[in-house]
Design a protein around this ligand. Structure first.
Ligand SMILES: [Zn+2]
Ligand SMILES: [Zn+2]
Length: 168
């Protein structure tokens, strides 16, 4: 139980998460309640919107539903062990290797690591499609990086719409 809280707290060490000023104002007991109520939101570093970490369609949100940017906090998915904390830019859509699920491909703007992330039902539809359109004109270095990571970008717009929204 304790370690679970610690892990969560560690994730919020970043400036963009809970404001320390807010939490200082309340008593210890109140603070605990406050954290339980508020710990699941953060302010997106990229678009500055307030984001709820809990999502109905994924267990733990790892990117902003509005601009789809993420933070480089994981070494392996969900472990929060990366010290990088760079901003991860969404730049393409790929299929999950073991199935037909569409994944967002992110690249860290600090260390250039690639990650793939599940799309959640709250993610902005237009933002996803914008990533798709932009991904049709990537530079060779990025394409090589994608290939080296065993990922295949999707280039078929109809297929994307069908997989994501069940429409053509
Ligand atoms: Zn955002
Ligand atoms: Zn990084």
């Amino acid at each position: 139980m304790g370690s679970q809280n610690f892990k969560k707290k560690k994730f919020f060490d970043d400036d963009s998460f809970l404001s320390r000023k807010d939490t200082k104002k309340i008593s210890k007991k109140g603070k605990k309640m406050f954290l339980q109520l508020r710990a699941e939101t953060f302010r997106c570093k990229h678009c500055k919107k307030e984001v709820f970490l809990d999502s109905s369609s994924t267990k733990h949100r790892n990117h902003c539903p509005y601009c789809l940017y993420s933070l480089h906090v994981d070494i392996s998915p969900g472990d929060r062990k990366s010290e990088c904390h760079g901003s991860m830019k969404p730049f393409g859509l790929s299929l999950k290797i073991d199935g037909g699920e569409v994944m967002i491909v992110h690249i860290c703007q600090k260390c250039e690591k690639l990650n793939i992330n599940r799309i959640s039902s709250e993610d902005d539809e237009q933002a996803i499609m914008n990533i798709f359109y932009e991904s049709q004109n990537l530079n060779d270095d990025l394409l090589k990086n994608i290939k080296n990571n065993g990922l295949i970008l999707i280039h078929d717009e109809e297929k994307i719409r069908e997989l994501l929204y069940g429409k053509k």
